[in-house]
Each structure stands twice: as structure tokens, then as C-alpha cells.
Design a binder for this molecule. Structure first.
Ligand code: NAP
Length: 245
């Protein structure tokens, strides 16, 4: 049987990297996408290769429609198919609404929401012809409950939730499943930037009394790409230690 091909945006570090390594270890050929840091991306691809994965690195800003299309075209030229798309790229530009610039609002919407739209649009064209595929979008608990200082991020992730459900409905008849994961607090570069008192406050609101790990997210991705989840689509699944219930 042909090996399955998984494209993971923003997989040079953090959650995306953990997903890439997990899928490589499960015999997928994994494509590592990044926007800025090529060295990190190459190092992830090299580790994937150690698992036997035919991995490549593809640079591209998902917020730019022509670059998003070029990422997909590059993958199709090499592999001729895409079985899995994980829309994981994301950024934060935190600030209170009164002080938030239009640029900071737009840049977060552009990467987190529009990037997910562009990648889903260009990949689904090929998945529809294949009559199968799995798309997983990275949402956030913040998209469900909002947060002080994160209006742009919350709006982008709430948008991802609506986009996920719409894609699931549009693509279901073509054998494509679309789900979203809503992580709570996962220890990565993104959350490392928060100061210790903010982290302590967050911890108080996590019933399981611990931050999540990138492997907690990769475990769910591994389930959602497998046939064990063949009857699950259009769902937003929280991995948050009980933060939102
Ligand atoms: P991270 O460590 O900051 O990594 C972000 C990744 O996205 C990097 O690989 C980065 O690559 C890439 N990226 C950023 N802008 C990009 C763009 N325009 N085009 C392509 N790639 C881009 O973040 P993380 O914590 O792993 O988060 C991953 C996802 O999970 C995000 O969508 C985030 O919103 C979501 N999430 C995270 C948490 C958490 O607690 N960590 C919670 C909820 C949701 P370059 O640096 O090379 O650009």
C-alpha cells in the first residue's frame, strides 16, 4: 500500500513539530512547513527521516494566498497526493482592545483564520478528486471563552471553529473529514512568553492541575487521522485538562 502523505503547517517547533514526529513514527510521509526558521524546520525533517519518513521542508507564509497555493503545489508535484492537512500555524499579538492596533488585529486574523481558509481551499481541491482526506484545524479554548488581551486571537480561533464546521459539511460527501482541536495551555514558545504570575493564575483554572504537553495534542491528532475516528467529523475537541466544560 502507498504511504500516506501528511502536510503540517507551522511544524518547525512546538505543537506542529510534535505532530510531525508522531505521524512520521506512524509511517506517514510528513511535509514540514515553516515561515521564518529554516534551520529548525530542517532539523525536524531530519528526525522524521530517521523514522523512515520521506520528509521535505517547504517554506511558505500561509497568510499569503499565493504562497499557500505554492506550498500545496510543491507537495502535489513531489507526492501526487495529500491525505492529511493539519492547519497548525498560529501567532499571537496580545494587547487590550483600547490599545490594539489594526495591524495587530489583522495579522492574527490573517495567519490563524485566513491561513486556515487558504490551505483548506487549495488542499481540498485534490482531496475531493481522491475522494478521501482528513483536515485538522488548531483552534483554542480562547476561541470558545474569549480572553482579556486576546480579542484578535479569540476572534481568529472562533472563526476557525465556524470554518471547521462549514468545511466538514461541504466536504463530507467527498469522503473528507474535518475536525478541530481546542488546546488549553500547552507548554511551547507561544506560552513561554507569559510571566510566572499569569501562568499561576491559569493553573488555578485547570481542574487537572497541570499544563498540557505537545504530545497530548499529537496523541489526539494520531487518533483523528486514523480510521478509528472514521465516523467523527465537524467536531471541536478540547485538550485542556478540564479548563472548559
Ligand atoms: P509556536 O511554538 O509559536 O509555533 C508556531 C509555528 O507556526 C511555528 O512553526 C511557526 O514557524 C509557524 N508559523 C507562524 N506564522 C506562520 C505563517 N504565517 N506561515 C506558516 N507558518 C507560520 O506555537 P504553538 O504553541 O506550537 O501553537 C501551535 C498552534 O496551536 C497555533 O495555532 C496556536 O494558536 C495553537 N494553540 C496553542 C496553544 C498553546 O498553549 N501553546 C493553545 C491553544 C492553541 P516560523 O517561526 O518559522 O514562522
Amino acid at each position: 500500500m502507498a504511504r500516506k502523505v501528511a502536510l503540517i503547517t507551522g511544524s518547525s517547533r512546538g505543537i506542529g513539530k510534535a505532530i510531525a514526529l508522531r505521524l512520521a513514527s506512524e509511517s506517514y510521509d510528513v511535509i514540514i512547513n515553516y515561515n521564518r526558521d529554516e534551520a529548525e524546520a530542517l532539523s525536524v525533517a531530519n528526525t522524521c527521516k530517521e523514522f523512515g519518513s520521506d520528509s521535505i521542508v517547504v517554506k511558505g507564509n500561509v497568510a499569503n494566498p499565493s504562497e499557500a497555493k505554492a506550498i500545496v503545489d510543491t507537495v502535489m508535484e513531489k507526492y501526487g497526493r495529500i491525505d492529511i492537512l493539519v492547519n497548525n500555524s498560529g501567532i499571537t499579538r496580545d494587547g487590550l482592545i483600547l490599545r490594539m492596533s489594526e495591524e495587530d488585529f489583522d495579522s492574527v486574523i490573517d495567519v490563524n483564520l485566513k491561513g486556515t481558509f487558504y490551505m483548506s481551499k487549495y488542499v481540498s481541491r485534490f482531496m475531493m478528486k481522491q475522494r478521501e482526506g482528513v483536515i485538522i484545524n488548531m483552534a483554542s479554548v480562547i476561541g470558545e471563552i474569549g480572553n482579556i488581551g486576546q480579542a484578535n486571537y479569540a476572534a481568529s480561533k472562533a472563526g476557525v471553529i465556524g470554518l471547521t464546521k462549514s468545511c466538514a459539511k461541504e466536504f463530507a460527501s467527498r469522503g473528507i473529514r474535518v475536525n478541530a482541536i481546542a488546546p488549553g495551555f500547552i507548554a511551547t514558545d507561544m506560552t513561554d512568553a507569559l510571566n510566572e504570575s499569569v501562568k499561576d493564575k491559569i493553573l488555578e483554572n485547570i481542574p487537572l492541575n497541570a499544563f498540557g504537553t505537545v504530545e497530548d495534542i499529537a496523541n489526539l491528532v494520531n487518533f483523528l487521522v486514523s480510521d478509528q475516528s472514521r465516523y467523527i467529523t465537524g467536531q471541536i475537541i478540547n485538550v485542556d485538562g478540564g479548563m472548559v466544560m
